[in-house]
Design a protein around this ligand. Sequence first.
Ligand SMILES: C[S@@+](CC[C@H](N)C(=O)[O-])C[C@H]1O[C@@H](n2cnc3c(N)ncnc32)[C@H](O)[C@@H]1O
Length: 242
Amino acid sequence: MTSIKLTHGEQRKSYVRKMFNSIARRYDLLNHLLSFGIDYLWRRKAIQQLNAGPDHLILDLATGTGDLAIETINKTEARVIGADISINMLKTGQTKSRRRQLQDRLNFVNGDGEQLPFGDAVFGGTVIAFGIRNMGHIDQALTEIHRVLKDSGQLIILEFSLPQVKFFQALYLFYFNHILPRVGRMISKDKEAYTYLPVSVSDFPSIGSFAHMIESAGFGEITYQKLLSGVAVIYKAHKNSE
Ligand SMILES: C[S@@+](CC[C@H](N)C(=O)[O-])C[C@H]1O[C@@H](n2cnc3c(N)ncnc32)[C@H](O)[C@@H]1O
């Protein structure tokens, strides 16, 4: 099995961009296959927490192939911008959006979450699924999200976590470390992408530490909900009014 050494900062960013560009064509298939379709339910659950009316513009950061953005369009009346650093992931998202004729309400932008190409206080909410973990500088991305949100704007983050219940943790680690990289490598033909996944999840801060990072970036009313005994977590917060 290929072993990888996780980098941070700018090195992490270019590594991640290259990796997602390489697996973009197979990403959706592998996502649904390797999660047994649960990823759909989790995105749905995350968007159920979003308060967004027809006047709202929502940012789906690290949108990838746009599944969370499309869920937002389906479940709310808001308009959505999906932003991502991987051009190939965005191309797949654009094809899906065109096929569903969502172009009036959904636009894609090639942009970096750590340096967002938007003005201050333009979005009513930001959602992000399985993306924050991949940022080179997570604190910088949270600061940028805070900057582009309007006062009291909502932040919803769906991210993997390490379950704390020993039995679940053992099962999870076996699946993540042994099954997922093999199947991922076979189908995506990328040597490292699905080895990177468990390594990056282990490296991600604990629920408490991440909630603290969200607070330090200027958010309040922070709550979280564990999914499947903590395999994934939905974090919810609001931008503090100035
Ligand atoms: C695991 S995928 C998640 C995609 C999508 N949100 C989903 O739910 O399937 C992670 C995405 O984060 C993007 N990404 C990583 N670092 C980023 C950054 N600094 N700025 C914007 N997008 C980034 C990757 O290109 C990739 O498309």
